[in-house]
Design a protein around this ligand. Structure first.
Ligand SMILES: [Zn+2]
Length: 422
């Protein structure tokens, strides 16, 4: 029995639909992954966890001065709701949260560039912004070929800082509003918060020789809105399923834990929930191997390692031995490896990034119809993962020290917004 990129790619095609956190489709994909793991002969089950969700039932943005025009917007999930009838606010384009701009945002609807990051959110609220506007996509997007992205005020922002009226629009709308010198806007948002249920799919193959040493494999199976998430990250999900099939037949020496995480796109919620629920088992975990994005035809292989320079050297040497061109580096990676590294478990990420112009992520173009993925390219990461997994499993002494260097610890703490001890 060997791994098969063809079989993996067939499963990817079957699961190529939008799978947003807490949706029916996310659950349907989990059930399918569960069946597949069980049919390979592994003990497998689903673990649920709660997610703070929001449902926006109404949203509106109208520029009222010096011209009148309504623009398409989406309210942030978990946004504050406006009072009945909406609010009328002065409009201000802040570009960034530079102090010069912060002087001018009080009581206004403030448009910023890019993503709403926690630091910026905090500064805007402290400076008295009355509403936050963001934009997504590109100014050359055609409406019929793109979507007005749906975003969320994540718990990481609102738990410490509270909520705020927040809306997202298209890049061309933002450009028109700024170019035409909008002075006042009318905003309406109605949002209802609720507790949603998401899940992880978990399977275990007990080790024959060192059952108390656990190698865990991870891949998230959820997607963002509008995206079928075949690249990000059903590709990684089907790769670890192939590894599970392989090791179900070729029994490993060490215990292998396979986790497909839900709600990664909402802030690594699945892996955070799993680590929290299994905290007392983590002292047995010797390595986490995470796969998040694979299969672009034109692309490059990168392996961020959250451990030590020695671990980077080891993984790099293995990749050379396998004959795979892979940029192995000491770095964090925004994925489910983070909660593991945060708990002292070394992590290796295997990623194949699309080359510029040949990789689409987090929008409707992450779709099989876009034609940038193929099964031969998926096989590259599959073979890399199998080689790494076999070599670490067959080692007499586990080759990666259970240590996270200070540089990575600091980056993980910053990523998780941990407050520094004073
Ligand atoms: Zn991803």
């Amino acid at each position: 029995m060997n791994v098969s990129a063809h079989r993996a790619y067939s499963l990817l095609k079957e699961l190529a639909y939008v799978r947003v956190s807490c949706s029916e489709e996310e659950r349907r994909a989990a059930q399918r992954l569960l069946e597949e793991a069980q049919s390979a002969g592994a003990e497998a089950h689903i673990e649920d966890f709660t997610v703070k969700c929001g449902k926006v039932t109404h949203q509106k943005l109208v520029v009222t001065e010096p011209f009148v025009k309504e623009f398409e917007v989406t309210g942030y999930e978990r946004s504050a709701s406006t009072p009945e009838g909406g609010v009328d606010l002065p409009f201000y384009y802040a570009e960034s949260v530079h102090p010069t701009h912060l002087l001018n945002v009080k009581g206004k609807a403030v448009l910023i560039n890019g993503r709403l990051r926690k630091k910026d959110y905090e500064k805007l609220l402290k400076a008295g912004a009355a509403a936050i506007l963001t934009f997504s996509g590109s100014t050359v997007d055609r409406h019929s070929e793109s979507d007005c992205d749906i975003r969320k005020l994540r718990e990481a922002l609102t738990d410490d800082l509270g909520d705020c009226v927040a809306l997202n629009m298209r890049a061309d709308a933002a450009a028109e509003i700024v170019r035409r010198g909008a002075k006042t806007v009318h905003l309406e948002v109605q949002n209802e918060n609720y507790d949603g249920v998401s899940c992880n799919v978990c399977a275990v193959i007990p080790g024959t020789k060192y059952p108390d040493e656990v190698i865990s494999f991870g891949a998230h199976f959820d997607s963002v809105h509008f995206s079928t998430g075949v690249y990000d990250n059903m590709s990684g999900s089907v790769i670890i399923m192939e590894l599970l099939r392989y090791f179900s037949v070729h029994k490993p020496q060490r215990t292998m834990q396979f986790n497909w995480y839900g709600s990664e796109e909402q802030g690594l919620l699945g892996s955070k929930a799993w680590v929290a629920a299994h905290k007392d088992e983590l002292d047995k975990h010797v390595l986490m191997i995470n796969i998040d994005v694979a299969a672009p035809t034109l692309g490059q292989n990168v392996a961020p390692v959250l451990a030590t320079e020695a671990a980077v050297g080891y993984v790099d040497a293995l990749m050379r031995e396998a004959g795979v061109a892979c940029e192995t580096k000491l770095d964090i990676y925004s994925s489910d490896c983070i909660p593991f590294a945060d708990n002292g478990v070394p992590a290796v990420n295997l990623c194949r990034f699309g080359a510029p112009g040949a990789g689409y992520i987090h929008d409707r173009r992450d779709n099989l119809k876009s034609g940038y993925l193929d099964e031969k390219a998926l096989d590259i990461t599959l073979q890399q993962a199998l080689f790494l997994a076999k070599r670490v499993d067959e080692a007499r002494v586990f080759p990666i020290e259970k240590k996270i260097c200070d540089e990575i610890k600091t980056k993980v703490d910053e990523y998780l917004f941990k407050k520094k001890d004073k």
